[in-house]
Design a protein around this ligand. Structure first.
Ligand code: NAG
Length: 246
């Protein structure tokens, strides 16, 4: 067993979320101090995950994208595509594995991907201005890319694309494979409009004893409610009140 595999295993065992890994492996991700995200999603292809916090008031989306490059020394990328479903139009964050020894920090770039042409070795500005760009290397040869995107007001759901590549040349990511998983690496990121929190519990039903119509039977209920008495006690009190009137 390779050392980082063991480390990952120990990390998972130490995490309460380990028991839920089958449903959401992303929940077990341990980020460096100061990096926490409100939501995460295991993306359906390429073993990638997205972690994010969306501040609707500021239309600010803070993300961490996690994936392993197709080979050591490769790259990982994630982006939003407000104009289409594929790569063309994607506003992407790309992290290239550190060159030389694997311990060098990955390099982050932003690319406004205008078409199916090679990306260069310099960032281009995004339609969603990106700040707080960073990346680190994680267990299992994975790379984690961090950034905050300034979205347009009112964005609710937006197409996302992600990708992994095996190599870079002169600081530019080389073309990725075109296997089904590469081509299928896209989905919709829902920023808002999640199912609302479960409706607040409705108040305990009024005891039937008050059906007698006697005014006095209601006062114990009111008193019980005011005192925060549990429903069974309120029922007994209501019954006493009802009996008192007959
Ligand atoms: C991104 O590319 C598109 C297509 O070329 C262009 O219209 C847009 O202005 C670019 N965005 C930025 C921020 O440069």
């Amino acid at each position: 067993m390779r050392p980082h595999t063991l480390a990952l295993l120990l990390l998972l065992l130490a995490t309460p979320a380990a028991t839920r890994l089958a449903s959401a492996a992303c929940a077990g991700e341990k980020f460096p101090a100061g990096r926490a995200y409100a939501a995460c999603e295991d993306l359906p292809k390429l073993g990638a995950s997205l972690h994010w916090t969306y501040d609707a008031a500021k239309s600010s989306l803070s993300v961490a994208f996690v994936a392993a490059p197709a080979a050591a020394g490769g790259w990982v990328a994630w982006g939003l595509n407000p104009t289409g479903e594929g790569m063309a139009g994607a506003q992407a964050l790309v992290a290239l594995a550190g060159s030389g020894s694997g311990s060098a920090a990955p390099t982050v770039r932003t690319y406004n991907i205008t078409g199916y042409v090679p990306l260069g070795n310099v960032s281009t500005p995004l339609d969603f201005p990106a700040t707080d760009l960073a990346a680190d290397a994680a267990a299992g040869g994975r790379i984690r890319v961090y950034g905050t995107l300034q979205l347009r007001e009112g964005m609710r759901a937006v197409n996302q694309v992600w990708q992994v590549g095996a190599s870079s040349t002169a600081g530019a990511p080389d073309k990725h494979a075109f296997q089904p998983d590469n081509l299928g690496a896209k989905s919709k990121l829902v920023l808002a409009g999640k199912s609302p929190a479960a409706a607040s519990p409705s108040p305990a039903p009024a005891p039937h004893a008050s059906g007698g119509g006697a005014a006095s039977s209601k006062s114990p209920n009111a008193a019980a409610a005011a005192a925060g008495v549990a429903a069974p006690v309120a029922l007994v009190l209501a019954l006493v009140g009802f009996l008192a009137t007959v």
